[in-house]
Design a protein around this ligand. Structure first.
Ligand SMILES: Nc1ncnc2c1ncn2[C@@H]1O[C@H](COP(=O)(O)OP(=O)(O)O)[C@@H](O)[C@H]1O
Ligand SMILES: [Mg+2]
Length: 275
């Protein structure tokens, strides 16, 4: 993209964010000199708008006017691209906590709780709450953004095994993903956002990720070693999820291996044992 490209009255400036589907630019409205952010999403050769863009636009339109949600300004379709126009914010929460020490925790947390409440009140689940998807202004006002994988949640399931609507469980960035998704639950509800929000709060205060794992199984290890492994008595619906028994088998196997073998032993022996 050339510098200073124009989309209608908006003059695109520097890139401020890189995304999976497109990039985010700072932009100036040449009529008013107001600063905006424009998320540019390619629709590709097919000129079809992908599902994530439709989700984002429809969630942002429905949530317009709700406090602590990034307010959609305009959507422009032009030259094979979709441009989502938003107010410009100087930070995302990840950058903000790295840069500043004087953080008004109460103010930020209260706004985030209200923002998530407003999303759920209108029947949406965000499904990707994390510091990078929360925008912050100079006065520590926060706005939840990036609704690319948000969706409506019609069912009010309270039990993971009930016959409610099915959703993909491989959503939510790994470090902010709750145990029910990690265990293969496909009828979770809005509470998944509450888990992510808890992880965000910890990260804002401690400046480190609460549960740091590189895979689903490592995430489960991290979560259960901090909080205890759930039993069928305290969390029956969690323990009956599709991957729970696999997880227990995996733990037993790894305990067996760690007892029987030290890392120095011949790996051939290990491979024979597994085979
Ligand atoms: N309104 C905005 N003002 C300033 N920066 C923004 C704005 N919206 C997004 N960004 C920046 O761009 C990044 C990516 O945007 P996001 O909407 O999360 O896209 P993606 O879906 O690709 O993750 C954000 O983490 C943030 O740093
Ligand atoms: Mg994002």
């Amino acid at each position: 993209m050339q510098d200073n490209k124009k989309i209608r009255q908006f003059i695109l400036q520097e890139k401020v964010g890189y995304g999976a589907f497109g990039d985010v630019y700072k932009a100036i409205d040449e009529n008013t000199n107001e600063v905006f952010a424009i998320k540019r999403i390619f629709s590709g050769k097919s000129q079809q708008i992908d599902q994530s863009t439709i989700r984002e636009i429809s969630a942002l339109s429905s949530l317009k006017g709700q406090n602590h949600i990034v307010p959609l300004q305009q959507v422009i379709f032009e030259k094979g691209c979709v441009y989502i126009v938003l107010p410009f914010y100087p930070y995302n929460l990840y950058g903000f906590i790295k840069k500043y020490n004087e953080i008004n925790y109460k103010k930020i947390f209260k706004q985030l709780i209200l923002g998530v409440y407003n999303i759920h009140k209108l029947g949406f689940m965000h499904r990707d709450l994390k510091p990078l998807n929360i925008l912050v202004d100079e006065n520590q006002n926060v706005y939840i953004s990036d609704f690319g994988i948000a969706r409506m949640n019609f069912g009010q399931c309270r039990n993971f095994n009930s016959n409610c609507e099915k959703h993909s469980y491989e959503v939510i960035t790994l470090h902010f993903r709750p145990p029910e998704n990690l265990l293969g639950c496909d009828n979770y509800h809005v509470s998944v956002d509450v888990w992510s929000l808890g992880c965000v709060f910890y990260q804002v205060v401690m400046k480190e990720i609460l549960f740091y794992g590189d895979s689903q199984i490592e995430m489960l290890f991290k979560i259960f070693s901090k909080l205890g492994t759930p039993s069928a008595f305290i969390a029956p619906s969690l323990c009956s999820l599709p991957l729970f028994n696999h997880f227990l088998d995996f733990i037993q196997l790894s305990i067996y291996f760690s007892k029987s073998y030290s890392l120095k032993q011949d790996t051939k022996e290990l491979i024979q044992l597994i085979g």
